[in-house]
Design a protein around this ligand. Structure first.
Ligand code: TTP
Ligand code: MG
Length: 360
């Protein structure tokens, strides 16, 4: 008997951080709200974490230097990142979502994949399930989300982004290619600016153009990624929704809205990321030993650099200092940076650390 076709949901909260702020402060509703670094009257450093849809009308975007956001929208309500609060809300939402899935994979703070194959008989039932999920999140948390339903993770993720905010988009296996065809290739997960330019030079703008292209040529030009791109363009993605087991690492990364060689911006942002990682670490009551920094340059070349400390620690200053040292080699005036990330790993729990402390 043929295996039952999968049905996957991708849930993505709408303007997550600002939505939480608006929920706490109804007086913000209808006004542009920006969460991120302190704008300091336009002189602030650091970037926008997110902004609500009103602020997006002014051109403000996640990852944009806060000074630029200030120029575009000085009248917005600017708020610092209250990561602890957002993480708590996120955990409650993930707990709601988890109940609905056979297999559940949270993907960042405000997204998750749900494999609901055995929970529903067909796409109509999946759609009803999605409506129920939206209703429960709205009732319990006062927040809206957008949901995509598809035959795999790739299609579901692109579908959830299709109608935002408060959207619900269903794309069956039969409809997948047709749904993807008119969309820009950029929507495919691995296509960044540089690959997009390269594809454009080959006359490929939309996912449909990519699907019609000769796969051999794509493989010759892009290697393994070329073949992956070709399959994705046809709506094919075999990756499973993966349950996470024990936490192995905590990480945060950020893609700059524009590739940058402003190293003050990079270092300030690195500090912020370290603080967020540290917050999470404290909440989980963990001690770490290894720090990893990730840097992606504008051409998508990505480097990771790790250091294992000679001791277990949960101190923010150890994390910041190590991360800053690790990133130094990658700060080159001639190389613009697209993304940076900080990760800690090699954990033991605070409980265990206490035992070790007393033993030593
Ligand atoms: P997203 O889901 O990308 O953005 P969003 O939820 O704010 O907006 P949308 O309605 O388009 O989904 O990211 C989720 C949260 O992660 C976001 O609220 C803030 C945070 N974030 C950053 O801190 N930095 C970033 O560069 C991005 C993209 C998100
Ligand atoms: Mg979101």
């Amino acid at each position: 008997m043929a295996e039952k076709k999968r049905i996957i949901l991708h849930v993505d909260m709408d303007h997550f951080f600002t939505a939480i702020e608006e929920r706490m402060h109804p007086e913000y509703r209808g006004k542009p709200v920006i969460v991120g670094a302190d704008p300091k009257e336009g002189k602030g450093r650091g970037v926008v974490s997110t902004c609500n849809y009103e602020a997006r009308k002014y051109g403000v975007r996640s990852g944009m230097p806060i000074s630029r956001a200030w120029k575009l929208c000085p009248n917005a309500i600017y708020l610092p990142v209250n990561y602890e609060l957002y993480t708590k809300v996120s955990e409650r939402i993930m707990a709601i979502l988890r109940k609905y899935a056979d297999k559940f994979e949270s993907w960042g703070i405000d997204e998750a994949f749900l494999d609901v194959t055995t929970r529903v008989k067909d796409y109509a039932e999946a759609e009803a399930l999605a409506r129920q999920i939206k209703k429960e999140i709205l009732e319990k948390e006062g927040l809206t989300c957008s949901i995509g339903i598809g035959p795999n993770k790739l299609v579901a993720k692109i579908a959830s982004d299709h109608q935002k905010p408060d959207g619900l988009t269903v794309v069956t296996e039969e409809e997948a290619e047709k749904f993807l065809a008119p969309l820009p290739v950029r929507k495919l997960l691995w296509v960044g600016r540089k690959t997009e330019q390269k594809l454009r030079a080959m006359g490929i703008k939309t996912i449909g153009d990519l699907a019609r292209h000769d796969p051999t040529v794509l493989a010759e030009t892009f290697g393994v990624i070329g073949t992956q791109l070709y399959l994705m363009a046809h709506g094919i993605d075999k990756s499973e929704v993966e349950e996470q087991r024990q936490i192995k690492s905590i990480s945060r990364d950020i893609t700059f809205e524009e590739d940058t060689s402003d190293f003050n911006l990079v270092l300030d942002t690195l500090e912020k990321l370290a603080e967020e990682v540290h917050n999470d670490l404290m909440r989980q009551q963990l001690y770490f030993k290894t720090v990893t920094v990730r840097v992606r340059y504008e051409n998508f070349e990505t480097h990771t650099h790790s250091r294992t400390l000679p001791f277990m620690t949960n101190r923010l200053q150890d994390l910041k200092k190590t991360a800053k040292e690790l990133i130094q080699d990658y700060l080159k005036p001639e190389r613009k940076i697209r993304l940076i990330g900080v990760r800690v790993s090699n954990f033991i729990s605070a409980e265990k650390q206490k035992t070790l402390d007393t033993a030593s």
